[in-house]
Design a protein around this ligand. Structure first.
Ligand code: AMP
Ligand code: ZN
Length: 115
């Protein structure tokens, strides 16, 4: 059994505000949202990050992206949303279980500030 925080959330051992669940994917609201709507999709399969994914995970990752869009709509983000995947320490990742952030509903600034 994995000790990972998001594995425990997917197994229901740590409470979360669930958005969606099936046999492969779990989605839940971020505990520290950066916008009015901010949830994350995770695979139930533990992968540390996107850097660990390979061709064997293509269908799962594709499914997660399609789901991200559907769930964003269901959460009221018909006008659009941002998806973010932080990967590794160099990508600012803090929880090392692959996750897709879905963010929207407020004033979303440009992702990278240009001087
Ligand atoms: P990242 O920086 O991409 O690894 O994102 C990790 C995210 O997990 C952050 O946005 C945190 O606010 C969120 N987070 C950490 N612990 C929890 C938790 N117990 N429930 C929901 N979200 C969490
Ligand atoms: Zn995990």
């Amino acid at each position: 059994m994995s000790d990972c925080l998001f594995c425990k959330i997917a197994r229901g051992e740590i409470p979360s505000r669930k958005v969606y669940e099936d046999d492969e994917v779990f989605a839940f609201h971020d505990i520290n949202p950066v916008a009015p709507v901010h949830f994350m999709l995770i695979p139930k399969l533990h992968l540390d990050s996107l850097a660990q994914a390979d061709e064997a995970h293509s269908a799962l990752l594709g499914k997660m992206l399609v789901l991200a869009s559907r769930l964003a709509c269901e959460q009221g983000l018909e006008n659009g949303f941002r998806t973010v995947i932080n990967t590794g320490k160099g990508g600012g990742q803090e929880v090392f279980h692959l996750h897709i952030h879905v963010i929207g509903g407020g004033n979303i600034p440009p992702m990278v500030k240009r001087s």
